[in-house]
Design a protein around this ligand. Sequence first.
Ligand code: FAD
Length: 527
Amino acid sequence: MKYTLVSFPAQNNMLFFIILFLSCVTIKINLCFSTIPSSLKTLPIHGHFNFHQVEHAAKDFGNRYSFLPLAVLHPKSVADIATTVKHIWQMGGGSDLRVAARGHGHSLQGQAQAHRGVVINMESLQLPKMQLHTGNFPYVDVSGGELWINILLQSLKHGLAPKSWTDYLHLTVGGTLSNAGISGQAFRHGPQISNVYELEVVTGKGEVVNCSEKQNSDLFYSVLGGLGQFGIITRARISLEPAPKMVKWIRVLYTDFTRFARDQEKLISGESAFDYIEGFVIINRTGLLNNWRSSFSPQDPVQASQFKSDGRTLFCLELAKYFNPEEMTLVNQEIKSSLSQLNHIPSTLFISEVAYIEFLDRVHISEIKLRSRGLWEVPHPWLNLLIPRSKIHSFAQQVFGNILTNTSSGPILIYPLNKSKWDNRTSVVTPEEDVFYLVAFLSSAVPCSTGSDGLEQVLIRNQRILDLCEIAGLGVKQYLPHYSTQGEWKSHFGSHWEAFIQRKSTYDPLAILAPGQRIFQKPVAYS
Ligand code: FAD
């Protein structure tokens, strides 16, 4: 057969080839996208893939980023996760398919999302069943997709509980261990990543590896605080302690930042009487103290009702003391003696007594209220910073009441942490001082507002704070970090960058995992 093509004039020939080439490319692309889901469909797994209702996996608490995946895996076993990751690993460096583990989706900037990739819904992983071990060193074995609230409920049945928490418990073990997990107990116990004995991890090559301080220790420390970059946590062994029944929950106020910070630092050093130490800033907020009175009793109601902030910025020290009812008298004495050594405004002592579980699950009560008013699923442009102790005064002076003139967009937490309680073998980066502060700007933006409570204005304020840290060289590190370029990530990791790259090339060389963090767009060898 003679091709008609040969009789075409030259430019028509050229046109034909271009059309042929383009149609081949289109077919190849279509083939590429259509064969990926079908190759996933044939994988021998116990759970299932969802290729259609995947919108949920393109959302998170931050409510600002949305990347639609091609598929969501609902694993029933660790093998399901390993099979899927290994399959993608075997596709090689040419494949663009990436995998994100999704815990409870409470990230702020798309960290648990995978654009045209596979999201693994870790909460579907119900195995191994939670197993509690009592004895001198009690611990619990849990799935990486388990919520901390469920661990609390289960361990309390045995009179036990984890030692280190986050302020909010409806987060997964894998999600918080990939960051650090910080709350008011961390000054004594360190973050949650300092309270893990062992992990089971699926690496970026699809291998299932057990690791601990003694076994495969480099993988163990890589994964802790590793932003999901080195492996998917499928099981964790978490250390427990005897749980108290009750909590004395205390708030006192300061108008002087220096006194506030000095007292906080005194409390976290040495043997503190308290089990939880946090603090927050109140700028130009009226009526807040009246709100507290419904749940906290002022020690001296007459004096407390006469206290007026007169527009001054207030610093609230928040403390908790755990106890059992039979220890009440002794505990009251200890609290009285410790408080007498602090320099707060004497009339502003507020105390509440609540059950331990009510104290730990306190943010959930606010969640229920906010949800009922449609205020939970709004944009959350949060900014979390770790600030060296030597720079906190300069930071406070320039930010509170200056860059920020009110706290109506959301709470600002501020409390110091002891670096000695953080293991420097983990992947998390913290400032180079023995004590550093967590300062968390937990803003909610009013949807569609162009005013000071709108997303754009909050982001501008956040950027001003970041610029200040940069220009003044405060040595600040972001917690729950998020950057758009590799250069920014490099400067975030600083001297730890080379080790981070080395670990990535060992455990996930094709950069299959955690694409939502946007650290590695390509296989590590080429980045
Ligand atoms: P996701 O958002 O689903 O995932 C977070 C990251 O971890 C992603 O990169 C994801 O790919 C990765 N990941 C998830 N599961 C796994 C796994 N099994 N293995 C490996 N990687 C995984 N943090 C604190 O430290 N202290 C607090 O007090 C605190 N309070 C908070 C209060 C609220 C209301 C919210 C929304 C968040 C709070 N956080 C706090 C932040 C929280 O710890 C992180 O956002 C955490 O990542 C959320 O957990 P998640 O289960 O929703 O994880």
